[in-house]
Design a protein. Structure first.
Length: 317
C-alpha cells in the first residue's frame, strides 16, 4: 500500500496510522502528502514535519517514525533543560526584585525631599523654592541616598556645625528646613521619629535686623548695579532698593499689578498673605517704564534668546 492511494478531497485533511502514535499524513487537494509527527508537551501541541511523502510506501515511514520519536525525546530533554534554566533565572530575578523592593521601600532623604516639596511645601508655603534650594544645597549632597531614620542626631549636629563655620545664619535656616520636613514626615506617617528635634541652632542666636544702608552705601550699591551684565537683574536690585519690597516680590511681578504710580502686590504673592499697595517714587517708575513689555511678566525668563511668558526665579538675581 502506498500513500498515493489516499484520495484527495476539496479541502486538506489528516490521516493517522495504526501503531504509529502521533504520526499523521496531511493530504492536500493538489495530491501532495506531507507527513508530520505530532506530540504534546506541557499541554502544548508540537508538530515535527518529516517531509513530502507523495508516492512513497508506508514501510518507508518506519525509520522516520523512529527518528521522530528520538527527536521528540531530544526535544523533551532540551525543553526540560530550558525549563530548569528558566526557573533558576526566574528565582534569581525574583531575589533581585525582592532586594530592590527592600531598597525601594527605604525612605531615603532624596525620596522624602521630593514628597515634602510636592505634597506639602509647594502647596502650603510661598517660600517653598527656598526650602528646595536649601535641601538641594545643604542636605541632599550629604544624606540624599541614606535612609532617613538611619541618620543619627549627632550626624545632623556635626554637619550643621560644619555649615555654621562659614554661614551661621544659613546653618540655622538649614536646621529649620530640616526640622520642618521631618516633622511633616512624622505627621504624614512616612517615618516614626524626627532625629533632628531639639538640636540647638548651630549658628547661635540671631540678632534682629534693624540696620539700614547708609547714604554712602546706597551710592555704592547703585554704582555696582551698573556692572551687572543683565539689565533686568540690575533693574530688579534697584527696584528692591527703591520700593523696599522683597526680591521675590519684585522678580515675580506682573504688568497687571501696576497702575500709574501704584504697584499692587496681590495677597497670594505677599509673605503675610495680604494685598500690599506700594507707591512708586519717580526713580522706580522710570525703571519700570524703561523695561520692554514682552508678555505678562515684568521680568520674563529668557531661554536660547527667546522670551518666555514665565517670571524669572524668585532667587534672581
Amino acid at each position: 500500500m502506498t500513500l498515493r492511494k489516499l484520495k484527495t478531497e476539496d479541502k486538506p485533511y489528516e490521516q493517522g496510522f495504526n501503531g504509529m502514535r502521533g504520526l499523521h499524513v496531511r493530504v492536500f487537494p493538489t495530491g501532495q502528502k506531507t507527513v508530520r509527527f505530532v506530540y504534546l508537551e506541557d499541554g502544548k501541541r508540537y508538530r515535527l514535519v518529516l517531509g513530502d511523502y507523495t508516492g512513497k510506501n508506508f514501510a518507508e515511514l518506519d525509520g522516520e517514525y523512529t527518528l521522530a520519536k528520538a527527536e521528540r525525546v531530544k526535544k523533551v530533554n532540551i525543553v526540560e533543560e530550558r525549563k530548569t534554566a528558566k526557573i533558576e533565572e526566574e528565582n534569581r530575578q525574583r531575589a533581585a526584585v525582592l532586594e530592590q523592593e527592600a531598597q525601594d521601600n527605604r525612605m531615603t532623604f532624596n525620596k522624602l525631599a521630593d514628597l515634602y516639596i510636592d505634597l506639602y511645601a509647594s502647596k502650603n508655603k510661598k517660600s517653598w523654592r527656598t526650602d528646595q534650594r536649601i535641601l538641594d544645597r545643604n542636605i541632599l549632597p550629604t544624606f540624599g541616598s541614606r535612609s532617613v531614620e538611619d541618620v543619627k542626631r549627632h550626624e545632623f549636629t556635626e554637619h550643621l556645625a560644619d555649615l555654621a563655620k562659614d554661614a551661621p545664619v544659613g546653618a540655622n535656616r538649614t536646621l529649620a528646613c530640616l526640622r520642618k520636613m521631618l516633622n511633616w514626615a512624622v505627621d504624614a506617617g512616612y517615618i516614626e521619629n524626627n532625629n533632628a528635634a531639639r538640636i540647638p541652632a548651630p549658628g547661635g542666636k540671631e540678632a534682629s535686623k534693624d540696620r539700614a544702608l547708609s547714604k554712602s552705601e546706597i551710592k555704592q550699591f547703585w554704582k555696582l548695579c551698573d556692572k551687572i551684565q543683565n539689565p533686568l537683574h540690575c533693574a530688579i536690585l534697584r527696584l528692591v532698593l527703591l520700593t523696599g519690597q522683597r526680591p521675590s516680590e519684585v522678580s515675580q511681578a506682573n504688568w497687571s499689578e501696576f497702575k500709574g504710580t501704584w504697584w499692587t502686590i496681590p495677597a497670594d504673592r505677599s509673605k503675610n498673605g495680604r494685598e500690599n499697595r506700594v507707591y512708586l517714587i519717580p526713580q522706580a517708575k522710570d525703571i519700570i517704564d524703561s523695561i520692554p513689555r514682552d508678555g505678562d511678566c515684568l521680568f520674563p525668563q529668557l531661554r536660547g534668546g527667546k522670551v518666555l511668558n514665565k517670571p524669572v526665579s524668585p532667587s534672581t538675581p
